[in-house]
Design a protein around this ligand. Structure first.
Ligand SMILES: [Zn+2]
Length: 92
């Protein structure tokens, strides 16, 4: 069922709707606590296709200074080819 060739996917299914997650790289917009919109490109993450919930590694959120920010837009990036998986957390 889930014999994807990708290695060490940190999340398998959406915690809200149990939908399948699309692990990829995304161009995103985050709205921070001051309601400023900030764009980030080529963010590795996992998108729930049914409910549009984007999962981003918590450590990466901290690095980007996005604690408390909300993702308001995410689209799968077409500018990054499937090269290695930079910064992906090892499966626990
Ligand atoms: Zn979902």
């Amino acid at each position: 069922m889930s014999d994807h060739p990708r290695r060490s996917r940190p999340i398998e299914t959406c915690r809200f709707c149990s939908g399948d997650l699309l692990a990829s790289v995304f161009d995103t917009v985050f709205r921070d606590t001051e309601a400023d919109e900030r764009l980030f490109f080529a963010i590795p993450g996992a998108l729930c296709v049914p409910c549009r919930q984007l999962y981003v590694d918590q450590q990466l959120i901290g690095i980007l200074g996005l604690d408390g920010a909300r993702c308001t837009f995410a689209i799968e990036s077409d500018r990054v080819l499937q090269t290695g998986n930079a910064g992906q957390a090892p499966a626990a």
